[in-house]
Design a protein around this ligand. Structure first.
Ligand code: ADP
Ligand code: NI
Length: 215
């Protein structure tokens, strides 16, 4: 990365996630950064705003403390240290809030830049990576992989209800992941989402044909 500001942001994020625990993942952030950059280039969005928001989108996790999460403390501190103008700091923090809004699906970001970052974050929950993350999350949270006696909810669930409900990793596809394709904002995001959605459907078809003893 040849922009020193972006290089600094990458190092900052790496440092945070190395010393942190509880669901943070540096490589998720880097994938979101790369995908958001790709989308922003096609959509002609402000690249630096998109890149900074993508890199900082998970540093103020709600698990840390509700206040830190609300105030975007770490993101703001980093951006101030880098002498980013106040107006841009507010803009970047607004994007981070929009991306991490817990009621999935009900919030469309105000700016094109927010739309690029939200699409990138959602795409990382889809496709082969999305499948892997879902079962990793399920394992970490002691959720069963699959239980035919627990049917999936049939509407898009927000993160908090997903967390409270006793459900399975397979159900998570029906409760959230297969609905993401229709929530994408940008043309580029929609194209990639269609491919990833198809891949998840093929995975589920194969999973259930094995469960049913068809092959
Ligand atoms: P992000 O880092 O993008 O904010 P989350 O912290 O909401 O994402 O979730 C991390 C990963 O775990 C995502 O891939 C998500 O689909 C998956 N996940 C979230 N909730 C569940 C669940 N109830 N069951 C299985 N996987 C889940
Ligand atoms: Ni994320």
């Amino acid at each position: 990365m040849d922009n020193p500001l972006i290089r600094d942001a990458m190092n900052y994020v790496k440092e945070i996630f190395e010393n942190d625990f509880g669901g943070h993942d540096y490589y998720h952030t880097i994938r979101v950064f790369k995908m958001a950059t790709k989308i922003a280039n096609v959509e002609k969005a402000n690249i630096i705003i998109v890149q900074l928001a993508a890199l900082l989108h998970d540093v103020d996790d709600r698990k840390l403390s509700p206040n830190t999460f609300k105030q975007k403390e770490r993101a703001t501190m980093f951006l101030k240290r880098c002498k980013i103008p106040e107006k841009q700091i507010i803009w970047i923090c607004e994007i981070i809030s929009e991306v991490s809004f817990s009621e999935n699906g009900s919030l469309i970001p105000n700016s094109l830049e927010g739309k690029c970052v939200q699409d990138a974050d959602r795409l990382d929950a889809m496709g082969a990576i999305g499948i892997a993350r879902t079962f990793a999350f399920g394992g970490n949270n002691n959720r069963p992989m699959y239980n035919p006696q627990i049917p999936p909810g049939n509407k898009l669930m927000d993160n908090d209800s997903i967390k409270c409900k006793r459900s399975t990793s397979i159900n998570h596809f029906y409760e959230k992941l297969l609905l993401l394709k229709n929530l994408m904002n940008t043309k580029t995001g929609i194209e990639i989402a269609e491919k990833r959605d198809q891949y998840m459907r093929e995975f589920l078809d194969e999973f259930f044909s094995e469960i049913n003893g068809d092959n």
